[in-house]
Design a protein around this ligand. Structure first.
Ligand SMILES: Cc1ncc(COP(=O)(O)O)c(C=O)c1O
Length: 386
């Protein structure tokens, strides 16, 4: 790898040599031989799917996040769909969510024929602002869907209180926040339903995959049926009991996670604490590096919160910079530094604009979007990469 450019060197965007020969991605998985071995063992076993690894992964995961139940899904998006189904969302219902997220958080409301109602975010964390949520509550509200943006838990105490007072469910999209802590408790056992993703850029990967954690046995049962076509028993249970009869009791999907994926998840779970610790070191290194740079606003961390750092999104103080976000983004990419932008506010996507033709604005999310740049953040990054 080349040395970092000194201030006298020409930037790559101006024709200089890039700081790195190869692109540093903004996120990526790390797998070791034990992961490969775990997958190979399943490939050589009797069950590639609907087998014993699923329950084993779910139990170990539930214990790790501190929830009574965990139900696996084929992706974080499928898990979100499971959550909106289990929460009972349907046509005529509304769910309040944040515009500062990946579109899947709002799409899962539409999958159930319900209406997403956006509420603006807090300026420090860019998480759902409980004050804004309370303004959006109506008799049609069925759920609040908070996102733990970048891995910093949402204001779960205030949102849970609000949900309880209104008699609605709190769904936490913790796809960024596996291992994050809120007032001494890991996310997973706090909201009514907590959703995780195992995409390769996340803290733990199964390729594609997701999970819903809940303490509610009835919700867990609904999730299990929903991800298996709405069928009331599992194939392995029937095989072991020598039974052929099964009943489809509701309209579900095939959202099952395979035993191959669960074996990988189990193996990765063993290194999760280590990976989280490494992400926290990287965040501390970035924070120290930007301490004396007034043009860079680093992510806020509220008291009582330990973030999981899926992303490291900084905000640019454009007022004191001579160039815009676009130029800085392009310059970093030219240096082979794989920055990204999280997120284009959901209501600004053309599908949402054309479908809802809403003129509502969310000033905090919209202003943040103009300034955000996510710096590379993954556990295998070296100090030199940072
Ligand atoms: C906040 C959020 N929710 C949901 C998802 C969807 O997860 P998946 O990619 O596993 O479907 C993502 C994916 O990155 C996400 O960032």
């Amino acid at each position: 790898m080349n040395a970092l450019p000194t201030k006298l060197e020409t930037l790559a965007i101006h024709g200089g040599t890039p700081a790195r020969g190869k692109l540093l991605p903004y996120g990526r998985q790390s797998l070791d031989d034990s992961d490969v071995q775990a997958v190979v063992e399943v490939l050589q076993s009797d069950w590639l799917t609907t087998g014993p690894k699923i329950g084993e992964f779910e139990e170990r995961f539930a214990a790790w996040v501190g929830a009574r139940h965990a139900v696996s899904f084929s992706s974080g998006t499928a898990a979100l769909h499971g959550a909106t189904f289990a929460a009972g969302l349907g046509p005529g219902d509304e769910a309040i969510t944040t515009p500062m997220t990946f579109c899947a958080t709002a799409n899962c409301i539409l999958y159930q024929g319900a209406l997403p109602v956006f509420a603006d975010v807090s300026p420090d964390t860019l998480n759902l602002d409980p004050g804004e949520v309370s303004k959006k509550i109506s008799s049609r509200t069925k759920a609040i869907i908070a996102v733990d943006y970048a891995g910093h838990p949402a204001a779960l105490d205030e949102l849970a209180e609000l949900a309880k007072t209104q008699g609605v469910l709190l769904i936490e999209d913790a796809c960024h926040a596996l291992g994050a802590e809120f007032q001494g408790t890991r996310v997973g056992g706090i909201a009514d339903l907590t959703v995780f993703s195992f995409h390769p850029v996340k803290h733990l990967t199964t390729g594609e995959g997701g999970m819903v954690a809940t303490n509610d046995t009835r919700l867990a049962e609904a999730l299990r049926r929903f991800r298996n076509h709405g069928i009331s028993s599992e194939a392995r249970e029937r095989q072991e009991a020598g039974q052929w009869f099964y009943e489809m009791v509701l309209l579900g999907f095939n959202y099952r996670l395979t035993d191959i994926a669960c074996a990988l998840g189990l193996s990765q779970l063993g290194r999760l604490a280590e990976n989280l610790a490494r992400r926290r070191e990287i965040a501390a290194q970035y924070a120290a590096a930007f301490r004396d740079m007034p043009a860079i606003v680093i992510p806020a961390v509220r008291e009582g919160v330990v973030p999981a750092w899926h992303l490291y999104p900084v905000r640019l103080k454009l007022e004191i910079l001579g160039v815009g976000r676009r130029e800085i983004f392009r310059a970093l990419r030219a240096e082979n530094i794989g920055v990204n932008v999280h997120y284009i506010p959901v209501h600004q996507h053309s599908y949402y604009r054309e479908r809802f033709k809403s003129h509502e604005s969310y000033p905090v999310a919209e202003d943040a979007y103009e300034r955000l740049i996510s710096l590379p953040m993954f556990h295998a990054m070296t100090a030199q990469d940072v």
